[in-house]
Ligand binder design. Structure first.
Ligand code: HPA
Ligand code: ZN
Length: 339
C-alpha cells in the first residue's frame, strides 16, 4: 500500500475519458436553468442519486439524456474547462479526450457550436495550466456506419484539430466490423484509431477491433483474459488497454473491486493503463481510480509506477515527450521514496 501522496505527486496521463461523462450534476442543473430546460429531477442531489446502474445501457440512457443541457459554445467550453481544472488538481499533465459528435448533431447542435468551445478550452489549458491534450472523435456504435461516415465528413473543417477516431456506446450486438469502412476512411485521412471492445462484449470483439479496424489501443478490453491466444497477442504486440476500474464496478462488469483483473493483466505483461471513463457518473476522477486499486487490490508502488509509465507509453505524445515524462516519473518516484 502506498500513501495518497505518491498517487497525487506523480505526473500522470489519461487516455480514456468521455468529455460528456465529466458533466457534474451541479453544471447539469445550472445549464438546465440557463436554457430553461426541464430535467426529470427536482434537485442536484436527486441527479446524483440517480447514478446507480445495472449495466452499460442503463448508464448510456442517463448519459445521453444529461448531455441535452449542452446547447451553446460556452456550455461546451465550460464542460471541458472544468475537466482541465480537475486535471490540474490531480496532476494530469496530458489527456486524450473523446467526444461524441452524434450526441449533439442529432439534436441540432453542429460542429460549429461544440468544436470552438472545445478548442478554446484546450488552448487555454495548454497556455494557462500547461496541460497538453488530444481529441478523439468517437462514433456511436448503436447507429449505422452510414451515419458514422456522415459524421466523419461533417468534421472536415476541424480535421487538423482532431487526432484520432474512436468507437463507443452499446457494445453487445454492435461489433467493430460494422464500422470497417469508416475506420478505413479515417486511416486514409491520417487519423489514429481506438475502439471500445471487450467491456461487455466477448474477446472476438477485441480481435475484430485489432484486425478489422487496425486500432492503436483497445478501450476497456478486460474480457481479453478469457482468450489465452488473445492475451499472448496483446503482450507480443504491446497493445495498450485503457482500463477504467470504477466504471467497470459501476456498470457491473465486475461485482467487486477486489475481483478486478487489471493487476493480473499487468503481471502477465499486458500494457494496461488506468483511466476514469465518465468520472462524474462513476464516482471519481483518475486519482480515485488509482486509489481504488490501492485500497482493494493492494497495488504496490512498483505496479503503480508501471501503470503510470504505460499511460505515457500508450499515449499519442511524441517519442521525445514520452521519454521526457517517463524520466521525470522515475526521478520523482526515486526522490519521494527516499524521503
Ligand atoms: N462504454 C461504451 N460507451 C461509452 C462508455 C463506455 O464505457 N462511456 C461513454 N460511452
Ligand atoms: Zn469509455
Amino acid at each position: 500500500m502506498k500513501t495518497k501522496t505518491l498517487i497525487q505527486s506523480i505526473p500522470k496521463v489519461e487516455l480514456h475519458l468521455h468529455i460528456e461523462g465529466t458533466l457534474e450534476p451541479e453544471l447539469m442543473w445550472r445549464l438546465a436553468k440557463k436554457h430553461e430546460l426541464s430535467l426529470p429531477f427536482d434537485s442536484i442531489q436527486e441527479i446524483a442519486n440517480a447514478y446507480q446502474f445495472d449495466n452499460l445501457q442503463s448508464f448510456l440512457d442517463l448519459y445521453y439524456q444529461g448531455a441535452a443541457v449542452l446547447i451553446d459554445e460556452d456550455d461546451f467550453f465550460e464542460l471541458m474547462w472544468a475537466y482541465f481544472l480537475r486535471c490540474k488538481e490531480q496532476n494530469i499533465v496530458h489527456t486524450e479526450i473523446m467526444f461524441d459528435p452524434q450526441t449533439h448533431t442529432h439534436r441540432g447542435i453542429d460542429y460549429s457550436v461544440f468544436m470552438p468551445g472545445f478548442l478554446r478550452a484546450k488552448a487555454q489549458a495548454e497556455s494557462e495550466l500547461g496541460i497538453t491534450s488530444c481529441l478523439i472523435l468517437s462514433f456511436l456504435r448503436h447507429l449505422s456506419q452510414e451515419d458514422a461516415l456522415l459524421t466523419l465528413a461533417q468534421a472536415e473543417p476541424y480535421y487538423d484539430a482532431i487526432d484520432a477516431v474512436g468507437l463507443d456506446s452499446s457494445e453487445l450486438g454492435n461489433p467493430p466490423d460494422k464500422f470497417i469502412d469508416v475506420f478505413a476512411k479515417a486511416k486514409t485521412l491520417g487519423f489514429k484509431r481506438v475502439a471500445h471492445a471487450g467491456e461487455e462484449g466477448p474477446p472476438e470483439y477485441i480481435w475484430s477491433a485489432l484486425n478489422d479496424l487496425d486500432v492503436h489501443r483497445i478501450d476497456h478490453g478486460v474480457r481479453c483474459i478469457e482468450d489465452p491466444k488473445l492475451m499472448a497477442h496483446l503482450v507480443a504486440n504491446k497493445m495498450p488497454l485503457t482500463v477504467c476500474p470504477q466504471s467497470n464496478l459501476k456498470l457491473c462488469v465486475v461485482n467487486d473491486m477486489s475481483e478486478h483483473n487489471i493487476l493480473d493483466l499487468l503481471e502477465q505483461g499486458v500494457m494496461v493503463t488506468v483511466n476514469s471513463d465518465d468520472p462524474s457518473y462513476f464516482g471519481g476522477y483518475l486519482n480515485q481510480n488509482y486509489q481504488a486499486l490501492d485500497t482493494h487490490l493492494a497495488m504496490s508502488d512498483e505496479q503503480f509506477i508501471q501503470l503510470v509509465k504505460n499511460s505515457f507509453e500508450a499515449s499519442f505524445l511524441s517519442d521525445k515527450l514520452k521519454q521526457k515524462w517517463i524520466k521525470e516519473v522515475d526521478k520523482l518516484n526515486h526522490s519521494l521514496s527516499h524521503n
